[in-house]
Design a protein around this ligand. Structure first.
Ligand code: DAS
Length: 360
């Protein structure tokens, strides 16, 4: 026997209505797209050449963020996007102050409930440095994806539009959360810590010595690895508590080198990154100036001009313990500079510095 209430509704029909309402609200939530903010800083992805044949001759940092977004209407299929023009520069000109400005803007945005992910469009020359910096200092599990292009949008087979689409898709995806700062270039998802620009004029320029984390295909991320080094929410460094990065310079090692660069830098830096030959080797006639600088409190960090899948071994050919030097582990010189510039805002102790280079 069917029991009807005063309005003639059976229990079965009421249950069906509740289920339908629940489903519609859940599909409504499922359909609510992630909110992604695109922070534009310039670079080739915003570049323009004179003709479509100019894939390598062009001017970087010309196209504003609203035009970048308008140029890829498909972005609206994967996320609810809005843009901000933070800078409009070629990234070889990035300064520590600009890194701090970008980091603080991102830190403020990721605290907002109406922001689910961040994309930073950036020149490729120092993209790896910015990505590593953000990986160290922004305390959020929300995806932060840095993206560039090797060809300007005006060129035949320009790569920027697909790179941007991939970046927004990854920044919008829940499974990108908690993996540290990411870089999407040439269909790959790279760790912001590991990735480096390994080739200067090809679309497959970005490589990670330990391999990509995954791929993006038609707006979907496919993951095969996850980072193991400390980053973002697990970092002891916080952009909101940093006023100014420490001054750190890099000196390049080679045969017949002189110690002039070290002497010149030595006056104004907290650390020198030695981009040594081989396993971060130091020519014997360079040791005295390094010892002199170390004696004045300048940290000496041995990195290597050789990168791509190894790491500088402590106390191998160089007596690091005896000289109180630090090794950069697998970080290339430019990444070692970023980590040192951040770490030296918290410690001047070489043993603490070495721990930090092991852990990040
Ligand atoms: N000059 C390069 C830069 O802005 C252009 C590029 O490759 O993005 O990093």
């Amino acid at each position: 026997m069917q029991v009807r209430n005063t309005k003639g509704w059976t229990a079965g029909r009421m249950l069906a209505l509740v289920a339908a309402l629940a489903l519609s609200s859940s599909t409504a939530f499922a359909d609510a797209k992630s909110k992604v903010v695109i922070l534009a800083t310039g670079g080739t992805i915003a570049g323009a050449g004179a003709t479509a044949a100019n894939s390598a001759t062009y001017q970087a940092a010309k196209v504003p963020v609203d035009k970048l977004i308008a140029g890829v209407p498909e972005l609206a299929d994967v996320a609810d996007v809005r843009g901000e023009q933070v800078f409009q520069i070629a990234s070889e000109s990035f300064t520590n102050e600009q890194l701090m400005t970008l980091g603080k803007r991102i830190s403020a945005l990721v605290k907002q409930d109406d922001v689910d992910g961040i994309v930073v469009t950036h020149g490729t020359d120092t993209l790896e440095e910015t990505a590593f910096f953000l990986n160290l200092v922004v305390h959020s599990a929300k995806p932060i994806v840095v993206v560039g292009a090797m060809r300007p949008g005006t060129a035949l087979s320009a790569d920027g539009m697909l790179n941007l689409y991939d970046a927004v898709a990854v920044a919008a995806a829940k499974d990108s959360r908690g993996k540290g700062v990411l870089v999407t270039m040439n269909d790959e998802i790279q760790s912001g810590r590991d990735v480096t620009k390994a080739i200067n004029i090809r679309t497959e320029a970005f490589k990670s010595p330990w391999g990509a984390l995954g791929m993006v295909v038609e707006g979907k991320g496919y993951w095969f690895r996850a980072p193991v080094k400390r980053h973002t929410t697990n970092s002891e460094f916080d952009i909101d508590k940093i006023e100014k990065l420490a001054p750190v310079e890099i000196a390049y090692g080679y045969g017949n080198m002189s110690d002039m660069a070290y002497r010149a830098f030595g006056k104004d830096v907290k650390a020198i990154i030695h981009a040594g030959t081989g396993n971060g080797s130091v020519a014997k006639h360079i040791v005295p100036v390094l010892q002199e600088l170390r004696g004045k409190g300048v940290q000496v960090i041995r990195s290597a001009r050789v990168t791509g899948g190894g790491f500088v071994l402590r106390n191998a050919e160089q007596p690091d313990d005896k000289y109180d030097w630090v090794v950069s582990h697998d970080l290339n010189p430019q990444k070692a500079r970023i980590l040192a510039a951040v770490a030296l805002t918290r410690t001047q102790d070489s043993k603490e510095l070495q721990r930090i280079f092991w852990e990040y």
